[in-house]
Design a protein around this ligand. Structure first.
Ligand SMILES: *[C@@H]1O[C@H](CO)[C@@H](O)[C@H](O)[C@H]1NC(C)=O
Ligand SMILES: *[C@@H]1O[C@H](CO)[C@@H](O)[C@H](O)[C@H]1NC(C)=O
Ligand SMILES: *[C@@H]1O[C@H](CO)[C@@H](O)[C@H](O)[C@H]1NC(C)=O
Ligand SMILES: *[C@@H]1O[C@H](CO)[C@@H](O)[C@H](O)[C@H]1NC(C)=O
Ligand SMILES: *[C@@H]1O[C@H](CO)[C@@H](O)[C@H](O)[C@H]1NC(C)=O
Ligand SMILES: *[C@@H]1O[C@H](CO)[C@@H](O)[C@H](O)[C@H]1NC(C)=O
Ligand SMILES: *[C@@H]1O[C@H](CO)[C@@H](O)[C@H](O)[C@H]1NC(C)=O
Ligand SMILES: *[C@@H]1O[C@H](CO)[C@@H](O)[C@H](O)[C@H]1NC(C)=O
Ligand SMILES: *[C@@H]1O[C@H](CO)[C@@H](O)[C@H](O)[C@H]1NC(C)=O
Ligand SMILES: *[C@@H]1O[C@H](CO)[C@@H](O)[C@H](O)[C@H]1NC(C)=O
Length: 555
């Protein structure tokens, strides 16, 4: 635990934030979160439950610096169990704080529980969200920034300001209704969301036909001509990959999920479900207002114009309101556009990040693989329910979280290591508690194959992975010749194109029980996930931390 030092501020507002400075520069950040449904936060003036934190939707920013300790005391004011997960925060040696169903017992209604985690050796843009019970479709999410330590230069000039921008799809219905319909295979309701929100606000100038109430509020950012701004953009939605763009402005991609990238300029950016990026935007146009737009990929918005998310970039001396056509993006079905852009997002090898030494020091140009998993998704019917499967296996969530079963009973009676087929497809679809062994300090190659007609998105907790290749059609070992082992970007969520594959490498130096999941909420909720158990037999608590004092028990 960090050494508590001498400085202290109180920032009063909806949230109480206490910051204690420590000797080594890292600080303890204390947050108190009251989680509840709040009718005044309904983004579209529709009667639907919206999950707020301290009354706000989206929830408060977690603004940390490398190596800080974040204490979040969560009071569950919902009517059902709750967990938060910290998407992309690696929880080094400490999967006890990961906040998914396999690592933590849920926080029961009317009770509170305190997470304590460190942003160890990380920088970058991330977000948090409620991980169980389909609650992400009702909000409860917010931005996480992990800033560079002062002693390490950021590889671009300090922007005038930083803005968090959470974009994502949204349903008009209650998440409880949608959740209850998800697993009916024969219901025509396929769970397509209805609109796109920006920071919890509806589209500019698009009154919804079903909402005759007062105008819905939209998101707007103030800029001053000549200045450059950092936008930290995350797709916090459930289903749609989104293309983001700003009328008449280009963007420079500088960071993604904790890696500084080679800086490239784009007119629009594909942000897949669960991904985060930082872009620099320079206010270099006439002093007016401009549209900011997010549109779904693999979907023709002419079929549902409400699925265009619209915000406003407002110049401080603006002389006119937004006007002209919405900025046109790439054809949403153009796979060449999206894969070309994806391949152009590369790791900046020479810059420091969480540590002063260059990112590229620890690279994959000459690594020996210890394991390969080939994971294929698809949708299936099991015992009358729609389920998503990985290698024909749908994860079944046991009552006892896997991490607890592991600690107290060596997993006995809860899961069986080796029961999940990591390189082949089970001959029949089945439920299973999907836990696989990852070799501690071995390099793992994972090939995700996508048999669905959506762009899937896979996330690994506990690690950043090197995204070495995207391809279409079948994958076999010969595809490795096409990998980029020179400067693949390191991140924790990658898209997998329909009918395609994505290959990643991860170095399993972080013992724990780690969730590997589809970021698509429906897929995840219906079983498209597994856990990688990375085991270090060394009982030294500096190798893997023991359970926290406030460990919750269940199951
Ligand atoms: C976040 O923390 C950094 C570093 O302490 C500080 O400079 C910045 O002003 C903070 N930003 C916000 C929005 O609190
Ligand atoms: C619940 O909140 C109280 C009061 O803030 C705090 O003292 C206690 O440690 C919290 N309980 C847990 C389990 O975190
Ligand atoms: C943005 O600009 C508008 C008008 O120019 C002003 O009313 C508003 O307070 C500004 N917002 C912020 C956050 O500065
Ligand atoms: C955007 O740029 C085009 C081409 O320069 C120009 O015709 C148009 O008026 C601009 N749009 C706005 C809103 O300034
Ligand atoms: C959608 O509508 C626009 C404007 O009417 C048109 O240019 C475009 O081709 C349409 N897209 C498709 C896929 O039909
Ligand atoms: C694919 O897209 C890239 C960049 O957008 C372009 O340069 C290239 O010509 C395209 N290739 C094909 C086959 O369309
Ligand atoms: C990589 O980072 C360095 C700073 O260390 C910066 O000077 C350089 O421009 C970056 N390279 C690219 C291609 O963005
Ligand atoms: C990649 O790592 C090797 C050591 O494994 C090192 O010799 C090499 O310089 C690194 N490459 C870069 C670009 O930093
Ligand atoms: C590549 O790795 C192998 C085995 O790990 C090692 O023997 C060899 O020296 C390495 N080559 C370079 C250029 O680092
Ligand atoms: C997956 O399961 C389905 C349904 O049980 C079966 O028809 C299919 O052949 C299985 N796939 C493979 C590759 O065995």
């Amino acid at each position: 635990m960090a050494f508590l030092g001498h400085l202290r501020w109180w920032i009063l507002g909806a949230a109480i934030v206490v910051i204690l400075c420590t000797g080594a520069g890292a600080i303890d950040i204390f947050l108190e979160w009251h989680v509840a449904f709040n009718p005044t936060a309904q983004p579209l003036n529709l009667e639907q439950p919206v999950i707020t934190i301290n009354g706000k939707f989206p929830g408060p920013l977690i603004n940390a610096t490398t190596n800080d300790f974040v204490h979040v005391n969560v009071f569950n004011g919902l009517d059902e169990p709750l967990l938060f997960t910290w998407n992309g925060i690696q929880q080094r040696l400490n999967s006890w704080q990961d906040g998914v169903s396999g690592t933590n017992c849920p926080i029961l209604p009317g009770t509170n529980w305190t997470y304590v985690f460190q942003t160890k050796d990380q920088i970058g843009t991330f977000f948090y969200f409620p991980s169980i019970n389909f609650q992400k479709a009702a909000g409860g999410y917010g931005a996480i920034r992990v800033n560079n330590r002062i002693v390490i230069n950021v590889p671009f000039p300090k922007p005038k300001a930083e803005y968090d921008l959470l974009i994502g799809d949204w349903y008009y219905d209650s998440y409880k209704l949608i959740r209850s319909l998800m697993s009916y295979p024969d219901v025509a309701y396929h769970g397509v969301p209805d609109t796109i929100l920006m920071n919890g606000k509806g589209p500019y100038g698009r009154p919804l036909s079903i909402s005759y109430e007062s105008l819905i509020s939209y998101e707007s950012f103030n800029v001053t001509k000549g200045k450059t701004y950092r936008f930290r953009i995350s797709n916090i939605g459930t289903t749609f990959s989104l293309n983001f763009r700003i009328q008449n402005h280009s963007m420079v991609i500088v960071e993604t999920e904790g890696s500084y990238t080679n800086q490239i300029t784009v007119d629009s950016l594909d942000v897949h479900v669960g991904q985060s990026y930082s872009v620099l935007v320079t206010a270099d146009q006439d002093e007016k207002d401009y549209y900011m737009v997010a549109t779904p990929k693999m979907f023709d918005v002419n079929d549902s114009i409400s699925l265009v998310g619209i915000g406003v970039l407002h110049y401080s001396n603006s002389v006119s309101q937004v006007g002209g056509p919405l900025p046109a993006g790439p054809d949403p079905f153009d796979s060449n556009f999206t894969v070309t852009q994806a391949r152009s997002i590369r790791w900046n090898l020479t810059t420091g990040a969480a540590r002063p030494n260059p990112q590229g020091t620890f690279n994959v140009s000459n690594v020996t693989l210890a394991q390969t998993f080939v994971l294929q998704n698809s949708v299936a019917e099991i015992e009358g329910s729609a389920r998503y499967v990985v290698n024909n296996v749908s994860h079944y969530t046991p009552n006892t979280p896997l991490k607890l079963a592991d600690y107290f009973r060596n997993g006995l009676g809860v899961y069986q290591l080796g029961a999940f087929p990591t390189r082949s497809v089970n001959k029949d679809v089945a439920y299973r508690v999907s836990v696989v062994s990852g070799i501690h300090k071995g390099w793992l190659e994972i090939v995700f194959k996508n048999n669905l007609d959506i762009t899937d998105s896979w996330h690994l907790d506990g690690f950043g992975f090197y995204v070495v290749g995207f391809g279409f059609g079948d994958w076999d070992e010969s595809a490795r010749a096409s990998y980029n082992l020179h400067d693949p970007v390191v991140r924790s969520t990658t898209q997998v194109y329909p009918g395609g594959w994505t290959a990643v490498y991860a170095f399993l130096d972080n013992p724990g029980m780690w969730n590997l999941r589809s970021q698509h909420l429906r897929n995840w909720y219906l079983g498209e996930e597994l856990y990688i158990r990375v085991y270090d037999p060394d009982p030294n608590p500096t190798k893997e931390q023991p359970p926290p004092d406030n460990l919750l028990l269940c199951g």
